[in-house]
Design a binder for this molecule. Sequence first.
Ligand code: URA
Ligand code: SF4
Length: 348
Amino acid sequence: MTVVASDDRDRRSLVRDLEAYLIGLRDMYGDYVVVDPEGTVSAARPEPRPEGRGSVAGGAGAPFRSEPPLPNRGLQPVAAGTREPRPEGRGSVAGTAPTCPPGPQQTSFLPSDVPALAAPGLRRVRAAEPGVIDFGPGPDVVRGPCSPEVRAEALRALDEGQVKGCTKCRLSQARTQTVFGVGHPCARVMFVGEGPGAEEDRRGEPFVGRAGALLDRIIAAMNLRRADVYIANTVKCRPPENRTPYPDEMEACAPYLRTQLETVCPQVLVALGRPAAQCLLGVNSSLGELRGRFHRHRGIPVMVTYHPAYLLRNPDAKKATWDDVKLVMRFLAETPDPLLLPTDPSRC
Ligand code: URA
Ligand code: SF4
């Protein structure tokens, strides 16, 4: 077991307090507050963003920067000075093996005050209702093997062994290739999109087209890197003409997403768009009804927000998505990072 020196812990707790404070400031002042790698705060006018037809960065009040943030602008959930930098992303699989949380803390980062579908207006529906599949409910997700290498191997085995050759639904017929998922196998945040588009179908990776570029900016605005998060879709094959996946297609593909989720076991899920939200929450509500607060999927808090493709068409909705993203950032700042907790190899 790794023993963490108490001054290390004090330092981490100070850094967490500072992070929460900085996020609070940024909540109040938005882009006017710039958090630099040293953790100092300055008031600065955000640079003007290029306007233009189709410019996703230039929408009114667009909160997402058009360029990547400075490297580690200070709000990374990893406390500065407590760990070597991980240039390839969070606990890069190839890099130093991160620690796993000890037993009692394994579920403690799931807040007890997040209501489980308690908000008015939510309708839990039967699986048979058109437009909705019953992805859950299931038992709370428990953390799987905690080593990133083990999780990465489990994900690879699922992809290679089952998904790549899958013909369980009609979407297999027109695909170029399956699009499994990408990211850190121990990510704290998992984004769930709808289904691959043309570019994703061509390259075999989720969110690499125009919507993906916007998702990258959302991730950067969270002071995270793409390599820090995990990104998956409700279906692994491109629906023809980019149509919304049919319920039976999402249902056929759900076991893969379910295993991805159980393997990565993120601390928080972000459902991008209505199909992902319906898939994870089993409700038939509109996105407007669902967004803006946490729900739960098998014990994991779920934030529902607009799909980046929708934001490209409706830039005015970016403000709402930024509000949703800030709630996720606040949750992360207030929640222990399991990789920073001491290792208990007996639980791996
Ligand atoms: N839209 C999605 O929902 N997923 C992708 O991977 C790309 C675009
Ligand atoms: Fe299989 Fe999912 Fe592709 Fe359908 S969408 S063929 S279930 S991998």
